[in-house]
Design a protein around this ligand. Structure first.
Ligand SMILES: [Zn+2]
Length: 284
């Protein structure tokens, strides 16, 4: 018997820790099914060393979502609803939304981008509590008025979710969009969100789960004080190079871990949240 040995490549990211890798899937998996979704179990070690998970791929060959195996919290199943969202630990928040979506929400809240969760399925979600949870991570002065929104669409009208996604992308080009299957659908920023991903990983590393969110808030607070330090430096100069700025940080602040990426984030924050003119004073 001849079997198709052709493979298809997909960029997969672990919903639990965000590590990305290209994986190959036999083409034959998609030929067996004419329409719908192919569910692939990704074993531990295939994408990241610590987690196994499920990826959903449409028969058209698009990644449409993820699921975490053995997650205590899942938004897909109403009966497993997590109770009050506001009481979730960071671990549970990742189980519910996925690592990259949570990192994106932090970036959206901190840098003042609108964001939405797009879904066709019913799931338990108190959007007010979700907003409160993310807002609480950020010092009051910089809490944004742009709330995370819940967008439900009718899967009878749009049997192909990607069709709906492209419509909503066109309408909200400035928004961060995810679906209820832990998939990032649109990213409106051009920067890498390494800062958010790294503080998320560090906070998740805390053994005491009750301290994880608090730890995350502390990292954000540190970032804001770096922003304010930069702002005070910029008051007295016409411009400053990124290199000089790093030097100033090293001279003045012992605790802050400063590097080029951090400077880029600070510049982005000043430009978006404080003043474009002041942001322009940082030259590369
Ligand atoms: Zn992982």
């Amino acid at each position: 018997m001849m079997e198709s040995k052709k493979l298809k490549q997909f960029d997969i990211s672990c919903p639990k820790c965000g590590i990305e890798k290209e994986i190959s899937v036999p083409d034959s998996l998609f030929l067996q099914k004419k329409f719908g979704t192919v569910k692939i179990k990704v074993p531990q070690g295939a994408v990241c060393k610590d987690h196994n998970f499920i990826v959903f791929i449409s028969t058209k060959g698009q990644v449409i979502g993820y699921d975490i195996i053995d997650a205590s919290v899942s938004l897909d199943h109403k009966e497993e609803h997590p109770g009050d969202l506001i009481d979730l630990t960071l671990d549970e928040l990742i189980d519910a939304f996925g690592f990259n979506c949570v990192a994106g929400f932090i970036h959206a809240k901190l840098f003042d981008y609108p964001s939405s969760i797009i879904r066709s399925e019913e799931f338990f979600l108190d959007i007010g509590q979700l907003n409160e949870l993310f807002d609480d991570l950020i010092p009051p002065k910089y809490q944004t008025t742009k709330a995370i929104k819940d967008e439900e669409f009718d899967s009878y009208v749009f049997p192909n979710p990607n069709y709906y996604y492209s419509t909503i992308k066109k309408e909200h080009t400035d928004a961060f969009l995810i679906n209820n299957r832990k998939l990032v659908i649109q990213v409106p920023w051009r920067v890498q969100i390494d800062f958010e991903k790294s503080i998320l990983s560090k906070a998740l590393g805390k053994k005491d789960k009750s301290e994880q969110l608090q730890c995350l808030a502390q990292y954000i607070n540190q970032f804001i004080s770096d922003v304010e330090f930069t702002q005070s430096l910029l008051e007295n100069v016409r411009s400053i190079s990124e290199k000089e700025l790093i030097k100033k940080f090293k001279e003045n602040l012992i605790v802050s871990t400063i590097n080029k990426n951090r400077i880029i984030s600070i510049k982005e924050f000043i430009t978006r949240r404080i003043s474009k003119e002041v942001g322009r004073k940082i030259k590369n």
